[in-house]
Design a protein around this ligand. Structure first.
Ligand SMILES: Nc1ncnc2c1ncn2[C@@H]1O[C@H](COP(=O)(O)OP(=O)(O)OP(=O)(O)O)[C@@H](O)[C@H]1O
Length: 743
């Protein structure tokens, strides 16, 4: 076992190796720029070297390793990235390397050959303040919490806290201690893990590489060719598992994923901002993170709940397929193509047979058109060749694009513009009746009909446009897609994702109990079929890392009324508190919450929130707010978990730089800050006022729910919404029930 002094020596070696790696990468970029070669090779090499250097330079403050294990006579230090010294010796191995899996999975029942496991505690420096000074380090960030000197449990081997000042990296993590796990209770959560889970939430979501649990590790390391559906209650780590699986796949299947890449789909921009830092912290800078809207475009027309219900129904796929097929018509007249002194002819009857044959092959529309062009050209070529003449590439090109052939294609198999087709379909009674006959009822047809031909599309229309585009051609594919909050997708939205993962795999993350959209899934098998991966196994995660037991037990009482069958979540934590107060005094609740560390959210229905904000502001407790506009929901103007001493204006605004690879805030989704009035002092900068419908996926240390009965009554799935809202609390939940306490 290494002593304290040995550990410090090792850390110095690792820091030196990190500096060498960075210098070396930068030098290679510099020399690479002078290498002669063809432009393509030089560019590819340059890009590769630069991205390697960028990756090494990113998050220099992160701890270089978080654990160590002894296995098979070797000692392995495990970190976010592999670190090698100038001789090529690996000092730290990547958490995704095959052998690292033993670090996560070795337990009392099966030690997997691991004879010792040690976890390290670090503190991170705070970023430099605007005045240029660096505040003292705090135990936050992507690290295990600090181990206070002298307070280590007897099982650990440290006698005092360590302090190693690194070289090279100006703002580096400081090693503060380590914990050796008791081999007899191997697998029991240690102190460092408990502290990590119970820490107050500060800033955006962090990676969990240091404390991945065995069941999570199995999901993370599932191979690329397998799709997975993870059903997990609130705070069971679904999002964390999905993001770490993306990082694992990129590491293990880098070559395969180079071309098509990985896509993360989240429910809204606020959520994407919340998770944006996780993959870059793991060295993965090139993962696309989008909402479905980000993938499909910005809606320009408001939602229409009655019409949307039909437009999101899977029957619409059949209506649109029929509408596209209806554009293919039997050719009228013979095809006559002048070629030099001869006129080549294909009789109408042959053309009709040809079109019928291609239709029976059921190709995508765009492919069908090209198939018709190719078959007509081939038939004309045979006519020429039967006269003993030859055709070549130039002849084929000319004839296949000549005016008579083009005219035939435009008449029998026309090009389709999705926007035109949808505008015609939705505004023309006869066209819609023909396409929807026997699929939608006449009343349903009236409901979705647009009064005028318009190209101002609602969110539901954009899904239909994508469906039409998918009937014409294949969209850009992805090697792997992670879909979060998947239970909320409509069948038609599922098809958007299915089209993009035809040859790839999916990680589907969701909780049927948290389904709040009108079309939310009630069971997984049907949903998985819409997602194009009915074979994906559904695996349940039932241990909650966020919500303390007392709060979770309270929220779980709603489960039998939610209309779905899901396993109950049990909590890893017993440190929380729950208060139920029939006389809501929001300012008093906020004042009391402010006596604790961490983020605070006041959650209510959107209309109630207006009153609450006025009340809080009058009491000198102006919160950061996030509120809906006519065009849709908005991300919080303070990042979901923004806590600590940040002014309200430090929240996300439309002008703020967006985290790498997340979409910019779509127009109309810009956050709104309450007019601060004559006295703009943000009295309660770590308090966020949040409408219930924007709470999904987020977490706050202290949650104050105002008038829960209004939340349940505000929408058809109001009980599910309340379940989501109650389970956002990391430490404390106050329920201010109002005059009529809910059952
Ligand atoms: N193994 C772990 N070690 C430490 N923290 C963890 C672990 N797994 C999850 N967490 C933490 O638990 C919290 C909840 O995780 P996450 O958001 O992934 O849950 P979720 O299942 O997606 O929740 P929800 O359905 O409510 O959105 C996060 O703060 C996450 O970092």
């Amino acid at each position: 076992m290494l002593s304290l002094a040995d550990e410090l020596d090792y850390l110095r070696r690792v820091r030196a190796a990190q500096n060498w790696m960075l210098d070396h990468a930068r030098m290679r970029v510099a020399t690479g720029e002078q290498i002669a070669g063809d432009r393509y090779t030089a560019e590819t090499l340059g890009r590769m070297l630069k991205s390697h250097a960028k990756e090494l330079a990113s998050s220099p403050e992160a701890p270089p390793y978080f654990g160590r294990m002894d296995h098979d006579g070797h000692q392995y230090y495990i970190g976010r990235r592999r670190i090698t010294d100038a001789t090529g010796t690996a000092l730290v191995i990547d958490w995704r390397a095959p052998v690292s899996s033993r670090f996560y999975r070795a337990g009392a029942r099966d030690r997997l050959g691991v004879t010792a496991r040690r976890r390290y505690g670090w503190i991170l420096p705070l970023p430099t303040t605007p005045t240029g000074s660096t505040p003292p380090a705090t135990p936050t960030g992507s690290a295990l919490p600090a181990m206070p000197s002298g307070s280590l449990p007897p099982a650990t081997l440290t006698g005092s806290a360590l302090s190693a000042t690194p070289t090279g990296f100006a703002l580096s993590a400081t090693l503060t201690g380590f914990e050796d796990e008791d081999l007899l209770s191997f697998g029991e959560p240690g102190r460092l893990l408990a502290e990590e889970i119970e820490r107050p939430r500060v800033g955006p979501m962090r990676d969990i590489v240091a404390t991945i649990q065995p069941d999570q590790d199995e999901l993370v390391r599932t191979s690329l060719n397998r799709s997975l559906c993870v059903q997990g209650g609130p705070g069971t780590g679904k999002t964390a598992v999905g993001l770490h699986r993306a990082a694992y796949l990129l590491y293990t299947y880098r070559e395969q994923l180079k071309r098509n890449g990985v896509l993360i789909i989240g429910p809204n921009p606020a959520f994407l901002n919340y998770i944006a830092a996780v993959l870059p912290a793991l060295g993965e800078l090139d993962v696309r993170q989008r909402t479905l809207t980000g993938l499909l475009g910005t809606p320009r027309a408001p939602d229409d709940p009655a019409a949307d219900l039909i437009k999101h129904d899977p029957r619409m796929a059949a209506v649109l397929a029929r509408a596209v097929r209806a554009t293919v018509r039997p050719p009228t007249g013979d095809l006559v193509v002048p070629d030099g002194s001869v006129r080549l002819r294909i009789p109408e009857s042959d053309l009709i047979r040809m079109v019928d044959k291609i239709r029976s092959e059921d190709p995508l529309h765009g492919l069908g058109r090209e198939r018709l062009r190719a078959r007509v050209t081939a038939l004309l070529a045979r006519r020429i060749e039967s006269r003993g003449e030859s055709t070549g590439y130039a002849w084929t090109q000319r004839i296949s694009r000549c005016a008579p052939v083009r005219a035939l294609l435009d008449q029998a198999w026309p090009k389709i513009c999705p926007a035109d087709l949808l505008a015609d379909l939705l505004s023309d009674t006869t066209t819609l009746a023909t396409a929807a006959a026997g699929i939608l009822t006449p009343a349903e047809q009236v409901t979705i009909r647009h009064r005028r031909r318009s190209r101002r599309w609602s969110a539901a229309d954009l899904v239909l446009l994508d469906e039409i585009a998918g009937l014409l051609d294949h969209p850009e594919p992805f090697g792997h897609i992670v879909v979060d909050e998947a239970q909320d997708l409509s069948p038609m939205e599922c098809r958007v994702i299915a089209r993009r993962s035809r040859h790839g795999s999916l990680t589907i993350l969701g909780d049927l109990a948290q389904g709040t959209t009108p079309w939310a899934a009630r069971d997984w098998p049907a949903h998985l079929s819409h997602l194009g991966h009915p074979e994906a196994p559904t695996i349940a995660l039932t241990r909650g890392f966020r919500v303390p037991a007392e709060v979770l037990n309270y929220a779980n009482r709603l489960l039998p009324s939610l209309g779905v069958r899901v396993p109950e979540t049990t909590s890893f934590r017993t440190d929380g508190s729950l208060t139920i107060d029939a006389h809501p005094d929001v300012p008093a609740a906020v004042r009391s919450a402010l006596t604790h560390e961490g983020s605070i959210a006041v959650i209510a229905t959107a209309p109630r929130l207006q009153t609450v904000i006025t009340e809080l502001t009058a009491a000198g407790l102006q919160p950061a707010i996030t509120e809906p506009t006519a065009t849709g929901p908005q991300p919080p103007n303070t990042k979901p978990t923004a806590t600590g001493p940040q002014p309200v204006s430090a929240g996300l605004t439309a002008a703020d730089p967006q985290p790498a690879n997340t979409e910019p805030n779509a127009a109309g989704l810009a956050p709104v800050t309450l007019d601060p009035g004559p006295d703009p002092s943000p009295v309660a900068p770590r308090v966020t006022a949040l409408p219930a419908h924007l709470a999904k996926g987020l977490e706050f240390d202290h949650v104050i729910v105002v008038n829960p009965q209004e939340i349940t009554e505000a929408e058809p799935r109001g009980l599910n919404r309340l379940y989501v809202v109650l389970t956002r609390a990391v430490s404390r939940l106050d329920v201010l029930t109002g005059v009529s306490p809910p059952e």
